[in-house]
Every structure is written in structure tokens, then in C-alpha cells.
Design a protein around this ligand. Structure first.
Ligand SMILES: Nc1nc(=O)c2c([nH]1)NC[C@@H]1CN(c3ccc(C(=O)N[C@@H](CCC(=O)O)C(=O)O)cc3)CN21
Ligand SMILES: CC(C)C(=O)C(=O)O
Ligand SMILES: [Mg+2]
Length: 272
């Protein structure tokens, strides 16, 4: 008798576009490592983002700017080993695609070749259209990212809601159209008014995945450490916390310290 092997049907970029057509909402979460990605994938999340938020969450940097291409590839490689079903999308880090389209293509190819991921994500519209086209021409699926784009934080100055004024909203709408025309398969919209996000989602045929962009878009993405309550100090309005793991883990670890100090651990059953 052969051992029944669990069958996984891989989510593809086409499945995500089809989900927009059928109205099934897309669920996306970040992961940066094997153990977390295994849990996220096992819970049937449609797409996993290896976000450059690893710079904050994994490395403790203040912004996403310092993380390197090599570090992103290391995280992506670990996630790909765990993801049997989810589509794996990797952020191209700051400085590896802006300005020079040849370098953009090289960065995207390194991510795809060395990690085995399925797509890349880049921040921006018109400014980086040549880089995006070049990556797409190589057959690499690209996800866009508009609105609050953390790699440009020093241009914005703050992490406040973007595109509240008409001028910035108009630019965002035309950038979304442009990304669709170029051939991106989806767009992340971060921290913009729900009404604007709804308009954009209705104006393009590719899925719009929101973070702080309201409910009238085609899917949602969050940083998994945020929704599990592991990032204690981060509580923007768009975040829904499903656990308070920071507190639970702290309590468990304190208990372990107490048990070691009091000689309770290990007991005879835990010894050889
Ligand atoms: N842990 C984590 N979660 C994220 O969602 C995330 C990262 N890191 N790092 C990269 C970017 C940065 N992002 C951010 C950062 C700050 C806010 C934010 O709203 N912060 C504060 C202050 C905003 C203000 O100045 O008004 C807030 O209370 O909402 C939102 C998204 C989203 N990304
Ligand atoms: C917040 C999401 C969209 C992201 O880009 C990241 O985690 O890096
Ligand atoms: Mg990012």
C-alpha cells in the first residue's frame, strides 16, 4: 500500500487574476523564514510576500532601506522551501531596481534563479516603468506597489495616509492604469483612503491587494508578525490583531527561566 501524499494545487499569478473575476477575495501575508511560511502556507493563504519589512521585523532596522538583495534572497529561499501551495512574491529591495533597468532585471533574475520564488514586487509607477518593462520582458511576473511606499519614506517624511489630495490621487490612479498596461499581474495599495482604493480596483482588471486601503479591493495583505501580535509597539488603525503573541511568548519564556532557576526543569521524565 502506498502512503497517500497530500496533493497541493499551486496558486499561480493567473489564479489570482481569476479570483478577481469570480469575486473571491485574495489573502496574502508576509513570511521571512521556513517555520513561519510552513504555518502560513498550511493555513491556505493564497500568496506569501517575502517583504522588505524583514528589514524592520527580522533585523530591527528603522526603515526598509538597509536590507540587501543577498539578504532578501536568503529569506526568500527559506520561504520557498516551505510554500507548497501559496504563490511566493519577493520585494526587490531599495537600490536594486530604481534608475537602472539593467540592474533591475539582474536583481529580479537573481531572486527568481537563486530562491525559486514565483514573482517580484517593486514600489512605484511612472518613475520605474522602464525597469518594470524590462523585468516583464524576461518573463518574470511583477506585482506593483503604490500609495505609501516605504522605500521612499525620506521623500514623504511620515507614514501618514497617502493620496488624500486630488493631485496625488490622480497620479496614483494613472500609475495603477500604467502598471496594468505594462503587464503587472497585481498591485498592492498601501495606506490610502478606502474610496480611492475602491475606484482604482474598479478601474483595472488586475487584482488590487490592500493594506490600510479598506474593504472594497480584491484582497488584503498584512505583516504576519503584526496580525499575530508579535510586534508589540506597532498598532496602526489598519491592523487587526488575531493573537497577542508578544505577551504569550514573553510569559512562556519567563516561565522557562523560573523553571530552570527553581530546578523544576528538567525533571526525571525529561532526563535520560
Ligand atoms: N511590522 C511592519 N509592518 C508593516 O506593515 C510594515 C513594516 N513593518 N515595515 C515596512 C512597511 C512600513 N509600513 C508602515 C509603517 C507605519 C505605518 C503607520 O501607520 N504608522 C503609525 C504612524 C503613522 C503616522 O505618522 O501618522 C500609525 O500609528 O499608524 C503604516 C505602515 C508598512 N510596512
Ligand atoms: C507591507 C507589505 C505590502 C510590504 O511591502 C512588506 O511587508 O514589505
Ligand atoms: Mg515591502
Amino acid at each position: 500500500m502506498s502512503i497517500a501524499k497530500k496533493e497541493y494545487k499551486r496558486v499561480t499569478v493567473k489564479s489570482l487574476v481569476d479570483m478577481k473575476k469570480t469575486g473571491e477575495k485574495i489573502s496574502m501575508l508576509t513570511s521571512y523564514d521556513y517555520s513561519m511560511a510552513k504555518i502560513v502556507d498550511g493555513a491556505n493563504v493564497d500568496a506569501i510576500l517575502v517583504g522588505d519589512s524583514a528589514s524592520n521585523v527580522m533585523a530591527g532596522h528603522e526603515t526598509t532601506l538597509p536590507i540587501t538583495l543577498d539578504q532578501m534572497i536568503y529569506h526568500a529561499t527559506s520561504v520557498v522551501r516551505a510554500a507548497k501551495r501559496a504563490l511566493v512574491v519577493v520585494d526587490i529591495p531599495f537600490g536594486s531596481y530604481q534608475g537602472d533597468s539593467k540592474e533591475a532585471l539582474r536583481s529580479a533574475i537573481r531572486i527568481m534563479k537563486e530562491s525559486g520564488a514565483h514573482a517580484v514586487k517593486v514600489e512605484g509607477g511612472e518613475e520605474i516603468k522602464i525597469s518594470i518593462s524590462r523585468i516583464l520582458e524576461a518573463g518574470i511576473p511583477v506585482m506593483g506597489h503604490l500609495g505609501l511606499t516605504p522605500q521612499s519614506i525620506y521623500k514623504f517624511g511620515t507614514y501618514t495616509v497617502r493620496a488624500k489630495e486630488e493631485e496625488e490621487a490622480d497620479k496614483l490612479k494613472s500609475d495603477a492604469k500604467l502598471l496594468e498596461e505594462l503587464g503587472c499581474f497585481a498591485i498592492v495599495l498601501e495606506k490610502i483612503p478606502a474610496k480611492l482604493a475602491k475606484e482604482v480596483a474598479e478601474s483595472v482588471s488586475i487584482p488590487i491587494i490592500g493594506i490600510g486601503a479598506g474593504g472594497h479591493v480584491d484582497g488584503q495583505v498584512l505583516v504576519v508578525h503584526d496580525m499575530l501580535g508579535m510586534t508589540h509597539e506597532f498598532h496602526p488603525r489598519f491592523l487587526r490583531r488575531y493573537l497577542n503573541l508578544y505577551d504569550e511568548m514573553s510569559n512562556a519564556i519567563s516561565q522557562y527561566v523560573d523553571d530552570v532557576k527553581s530546578r523544576d526543569f528538567p525533571n526525571d521524565d525529561e532526563s535520560y
